[in-house]
Design a protein around this ligand. Structure first.
Ligand SMILES: *[C@@H]1O[C@H](CO)[C@@H](O)[C@H](O)[C@H]1NC(C)=O
Ligand SMILES: *[C@@H]1O[C@H](CO)[C@@H](O)[C@H](O)[C@H]1NC(C)=O
Ligand SMILES: *[C@@H]1O[C@H](CO)[C@@H](O)[C@H](O)[C@H]1NC(C)=O
Ligand SMILES: *[C@@H]1O[C@H](CO)[C@@H](O)[C@H](O)[C@H]1NC(C)=O
Length: 308
């Protein structure tokens, strides 16, 4: 009897501990190669680690469909935040759950990655709330997500908000449009997912959403009408390259406000300079809506006022 209970417990234990597929938080110390990875179900142990500096804000990046910890987006973004050195940096690593199985891109996106993403965002919301009672300051939290990851952090923000805590800042990089564009606001990234939601749209014609999803929506080279026309995935990656350039070349990636692109095109230069925001920055007070600008075709992308 006693033995069989133990065996059952052991089995349960190994199922739980051995769940390779669960999402994890990867907490970076001083460099990209120096990190601790905590599975979601052990995330409450976070504060036993020396990772957290409570005097800094915390930036957590979430990758998209087929993303992984050594993919181009994660590598570049995490390194940029580490170099900047202003925040505690972590990755929401859900690579196993985000993978395309047998190369079946559309089918695994719809049937596997999207449902997994929705589950991950619910779990992540619980973890953030749990960690907040353990000392993580949610009022200094910046969530950044690319593509499907942008929808994850958006839904996480919605769920945390429903528990009475609105996160200060969420950045959506080309939020995934397929499936989510037809969902109601509480099931996707929306302007109330955080106090300030900034969205960079670089691929609204293909992988990214065409909708306005944030407090502010930046539309660089709007629908490729600008000087930059790239094939395939290039545009979908361009959004995080802009974000990185906004850290490296501060003050160069500016957008100016207009009701829509046609109005903006028609603006005089003084009208374009009247209401300007920089991408990748937190603003307490903004004119909500759409922001337009042109970029160079390669890094450094920012043209400052010449892009307006
Ligand atoms: C990793 O970071 C920790 C905490 O800052 C530090 O104590 C440790 O020496 C670092 N390890 C390596 C291999 O750099
Ligand atoms: C925590 O961050 C503050 C502000 O950046 C810094 O001055 C301090 O040295 C950091 N503490 C540790 C233990 O790294
Ligand atoms: C919340 O933290 C407690 C311990 O403080 C832990 O037992 C529980 O599993 C955690 N829940 C989640 C969702 O992480
Ligand atoms: C463009 O500007 C002209 C002159 O200011 C104005 O008459 C016209 O209505 C504007 N068109 C649009 C689409 O805003």
């Amino acid at each position: 009897m006693f033995t069989s209970v133990c065996i059952v417990l052991l089995l349960i234990g190994s199922v739980i501990c051995g769940d390779e597929n669960q999402a994890k938080l990867r907490l970076y110390y001083d460099s990209f190669d120096n990190f601790t990875e905590v599975p979601f179900d052990e995330a409450h142990n976070l504060f036993s680690l020396s990772w957290y500096n409570e005097s800094k804000p915390t930036t957590i990046f979430c990758h998209g469909f087929t993303g992984h910890p050594y993919g181009p987006a994660v590598t570049a973004i995490i390194k940029a935040y580490l170099e900047q050195g202003q925040s505690n940096v972590a990755l929401l690593n859900w690579d196993r759950l985000a993978a395309a199985v047998n190369g079946q891109i559309p089918a695994t996106y719809l049937n596997r990655a999207v449902p997994n993403a929705i589950k991950v965002s619910a779990d992540f919301a619980n973890i953030l709330l749990n960690l907040s009672s353990a000392g993580l300051d949610l009022n200094k939290m910046h969530l950044v997500g690319h593509s499907l990851g942008a929808q994850i952090v958006g839904i996480t923000g919605n769920k945390v908000a429903r528990k009475g805590v609105q996160l200060p800042w969420i950045t959506g990089l080309d939020p995934a449009g397929v499936v989510f564009d037809t969902k109601p606001p509480h099931e996707r990234l929306n302007p109330k997912s955080a106090v300030y939601v900034d969205v960079i749209h670089s691929d609204p014609n293909r992988y990214g959403s065409r909708r306005e999803l944030g407090t502010v929506d930046f539309w660089p080279n709007y629908r490729n009408i600008g000087p930059v026309v790239q094939p395939d995935l290039c545009n979908h990656h361009r959004c995080w390259q802009y974000l990185i350039d906004s850290m490296k070349y501060s003050g160069t990636l500016l957008g100016s406000h207009a009701r829509n692109f046609r109005t903006w095109k028609n603006f005089t230069k003084p009208q374009r300079l009247a209401n300007v925001l920089e991408i990748g920055k937190y603003y307490e007070q903004v004119t909500p809506g759409n922001y337009y600008f042109y970029t160079a075709a390669s890094s450094p992308y920012g043209l400052a006022e010449n892009g307006l």
